[in-house]
Design a protein around this ligand. Structure first.
Ligand code: ARG
Ligand code: ZN
Length: 479
């Protein structure tokens, strides 16, 4: 055993030394191209196979006068097989050059697939840097079912956000949430504009009329959660409870909307404290929110550490607070604990919606039980009861049932196992899978493990059966 271990160590050390100079694999296994997709049946071409991204370094200049960006992206990845070639996802834009480990590489494009063929094959386990120089006007990816994602030009800049597809509209990436990585993001913009991104600020410099805003997202992040908001914002930043807060509000908002946004954002530390009490410690170093006065997207999104909202989210103070709670709850469920497959979307939306129920009760408004009862009273013919929440199908990722019946599923679990075990399940889920990827099957297994009960029938009825489930039987309400 010990000798084998020592030998393995020597091999690991010597392999990395050898590979540092020569990417070619000395082993006899043939080099093959990595898969063109991550294997998600909802979006077969999203993501790719054969490697695992560790870090994205994005250096992107954006010119509002032409809406064009010019980027240099360096992707550090480890090969998970011996690779003759590998794919990245990129939708639009023009590639100027590609290198792998500093050497020019061949590349070709077919729709959203960019195939890179390095000069020599990459051995399994080899860590390699792919550097891509590119430019162009980033697009809006239109999706009549889900809503649009991509680069939305605003009156004074651009906001880039979307789910599930957005990253491939602005940088070459392994664009699937199953491959999370850390990010360094440097955005260069005319010096009278701000450029906000994920994580924590890492400095700003100005030269010849352009400012570079640097952001560090150290905890791994799914590609769709990477964002940029460029324009004129009132930026507020402060440190509280060990978290670096940074909010950006567009001064062009109508005064009443602006006031409500500012008031909801000012509650972020309080909201995070409340959610931490329910779910465990906040998973990231940075937090905050962004509102731009005019963009044509029509949803809030839980961009890691710094969600983006629409002005309409703040039509009332109560709604504004609630959507901030929703997006901040996603930091635990969706961002830190991310999807392995898109079919598991209820693990994001059901959980974030349930956080709104908990908040409502905390605020002295409707209790979680009252919200459950109100929704349960929905007639059996309603669309709420007609989908398989844990596998809704690609056009139905964001239908109401995923949110509401997803949250109801959690409440049904709570009624079944009792409060104490229920909150232990939620906290363990966030803790065990922090910075990881998950499936519904894993959640069911954890709930059964912690409760010591067979919950198959409960979850089958609530998540997989397109009809109205019976009310759960509360055996031990006190847990
Ligand atoms: N995840 C977002 C939320 O928190 C919704 C995103 C909707 N995406 C879309 N393409 N319409 O509710
Ligand atoms: Zn959500």
């Amino acid at each position: 055993m010990a000798r084998k271990l020592a030998l393995a160590l020597v091999l690991v050390v010597s392999t990395s030394v050898v590979l540092a100079g020569t990417p070619a694999d000395a082993s006899s296994s043939p080099a093959t191209p990595g898969a063109v997709g991550a294997g998600d049946p909802y979006y077969p071409l999203d993501g790719n196979g054969g490697y695992d991204v560790k870090h994205y370094d994005l250096a992107i200049r954006y010119a509002p006068s032409s809406d064009a960006l010019a980027g240099v992206v360096t992707i550090r990845a480890v090969a998970t097989q011996r690779l003759s070639a590998f794919n990245l996802d990129l939708d639009g834009l023009t590639i100027r050059s590609v290198t792998v480990d500093g050497r020019p590489a061949k590349w070709s494009r077919d729709a959203t697939e960019l195939t890179v063929t390095p000069r020599r094959s990459l051995g399994k386990g080899h860590v390699f840097d792919t550097r891509i120089v590119y430019d162009g006007v980033p697009k809006v990816i239109r999706d009549p079912d889900l809503g649009d994602g991509g680069a939305f030009t605003t009156d004074d800049g651009v906001v880039i956000l979307g789910e599930p597809d957005v990253a491939q509209a602005w940088f070459p990436s392994n664009d699937h949430p199953s491959d999370k990585a850390s990010f360094s993001i440097a955005l260069t913009v005319p010096k009278d504009l701000q450029a906000i991104s994920n994580g924590v600020p890492a400095g700003r410099s100005t030269a010849r009329g352009w400012s570079t805003w640097r952001w560090e997202q150290r905890e791994p992040m799914a590609t769709y959660l990477a964002m940029a908001a460029i324009g004129k914002f009132d930026v507020t930043s402060y440190r509280k409870n060990g978290i670096q807060f940074l909010d950006a509000i567009d001064p062009a908002l109508p005064a009443e909307t602006y006031a409500r946004v500012a008031k909801s954002f000012a509650r972020e530390p309080e909201i995070l404290r409340f959610l931490s009490g329910c779910f465990g410690p906040y998973p990231f170093r940075g937090a905050g929110g962004i509102v731009d006065a005019d963009g044509e997207w029509d949803y809030a999104l839980e961009n890691q550490g710094r969600p983006i909202y629409t002005p309409q989210d703040f039509d009332t103070q109560e709604d504004g607070d609630s959507v901030v709670v929703h997006e901040l709850a996603h930091q635990w469920y969706g961002d830190s604990v991310a999807l392995e497959r898109w079919r598991g979307i209820w693990l994001n939306e059901g959980f974030a919606s349930y956080a709104e129920w908990l908040w409502s009760e905390h605020e002295g408004l409707e209790t979680a039980q009252q919200i459950f009862d109100r929704r349960y009273a929905t007639p059996a013919t309603s669309s709420l009861w007609k989908s398989k929440v844990a596998d809704p199908g690609p056009p139905n990722l964001f239908i109401g049932a995923v949110y509401n019946r997803g949250a109801m599923t959690l409440h049904a679990l709570r009624l079944t196992v009792g409060d104490q075990k229920f909150f232990r399940i939620l906290r363990s889920w966030a803790q065990i899978h922090r910075n990881g990827n998950v499936t519904t099957e894993e959640f069911i297994a954890l709930a059964e493990h912690i409760s010591g009960r067979d919950l198959g029938a409960l979850f089958t009825a609530w998540l997989y059966t397109p009809s109205k489930p019976a009310l759960p039987v509360a055996t031990s309400r006190a847990g």
